[in-house]
Write a protein that binds this ligand. Sequence first.
Ligand code: F1P
Length: 584
Amino acid sequence: MCGIIGYKGPKNAVNIVLEGLKSLEYRGYDSWGIAAKSNSKIIVEKKEGKLGNATLDLDSNFAMGHTRWATHGEAVAKNAHPHLSNDGNIAVAHNGIIENYQAQREFLTKQGFTFKSDTDTEVIPITIEYHMQKGYNFIEAAKRSLKHLEGQYAIVAFHADEDSLIAIRREAPLVLGIGDKEFFVASDIPAFLKYTRRVIFLEDQDLAIINSDLKIFNLAKDIPVKREISTIEWSPEQAQKGKFDHFFLKEISEQAEVVSRATAIDTKQIENIVKEIKEAKGIYFVACGSAAHACMHGLYLFSKIAKVHVNFCIASEFPYFQHFIVPESLVIAISQSGETADTLAAIRAAKEHGAKVISIVNVMGSTLVRESDRSILQGAGPEICVLSTKAYTSQLAILTLLAYALANKFEDGKAMIKELMRHIYYLTSENTRRFVRRLAEKLRYAPSIYLIGRGLQYPTALEAALKIKEVSYIHAEAYAGGELKHGSIALIEHGTPCIVFTSSETEKDIINNAVELKSRGAYIIGIGPKNNMVFDFYIKVRDAGEFNPLIQIIPIQILAYQLALLRGCDPDMPRNLAKSVTVK
Ligand code: F1P
């Protein structure tokens, strides 16, 4: 949550930072700001709302920027970052939470310092200023300050009179970009991908000091350290919209290739993971949001295809369930970003019991990858839209393949996914989009939409409801078909839209549920292989058996996109959300 970027080099730093912020806006977009250094002065511009144009027109080669998802203090300009010290000489942009900020603020107030914002962040530059007043230089003062600041955070800071830009990573993502005589530091790679693919993933408690060269100091070990430079495979185009109006649509359209890329997972790696799953005593999936829905599919798939029992727990609830974890347990964590705070907390809790952790992650070098015993990298490319689409289907493809590998049928699984490619292309095509738009026009004013499924279609219904509500703000709720009669059917009125996912396996029972809904006046939308007279609107998606989750969600992703457009909502940046939820 929150995106930060810093730049030091020969180019126009304000332009680079503004451009970088555009690629980081998915991390938070309720306010933004830039600080740049010019003639030993720090100039700041901050604004409420989504990123706009800066009026700052400085030829500076030293700047930082921030795009905010508010935690402490309302989303207004005074709370936007960067924040300055009282003397205006130290600027700080911060992602995360300073947990002891209240005590720190009280202490600093007693020392005569004043605060302009309601944020936890402002204590950072002022604490550094306090230490500088005691006679320490900027870097030493920053080191001392960090000892007093508790919590998880990533920070970029500079001083008006010093030539160093510093960056600190403490349990929040921060990556360095190494260019030609220039350095970038950002919450995520797309922020500088246009300029360099050479990166250093900072480790926890690393303090990077960027001058004409780069030095890294680990605060926990109190020693200088060397960190490896990695070259990342993403191309700059992958992080841009290209011919599409929105990342949401672009990423929906990339799903055929992304799913196909999942079949390229290294066989040896899969064999190792299969061995660990077979040896484990108790397997637990943990994740949040769409990744959690992928896990729920995993339960059905592992049971059905591999006859392996797996447990699932939403990551934020896992710490309350952790007590039965033993060293022989295996936790499989799934996360697009690899930075979701709740998912990280869950695996850390599991590791404290000595359990092994395997992760399925899209972002290379992310914290989850580094803290797992083994990881499968999804290779889905950067996912920029706040809503997960291609990363979700890629997770489904990998989980299905894992289940096939557990049943000694890995190659069969791969072949079946390849066979689906054409259908995925068709489902994401302009034709399907035009057809689904007709449905969106019917549903655009609906106060609520209900979605039902059974078996593998139940997690699909949950994910579909999430897609609709988070981007169109229409209330959407999913039920397992059999649960309707246990209460929720009371909500159905004349014209209530109900989306029914079918498959040959569940057809008989789910159609009965659809008929029960229709008898109470519901407007029934069927998605599945066979039309039925109970459907008022029907979208054909072929029957792919265990691979149904990969394709049945696509018409709903498109429906959610169309609903957002028709209702005037921003498809890429829905209100109140952020892509990478790095706070608990
Ligand atoms: C989990 C997640 C996403 C969702 C949104 C908020 O993220 O719930 O599924 O689309 O962006 O975060 P991750 O752990 O998969 O990165």
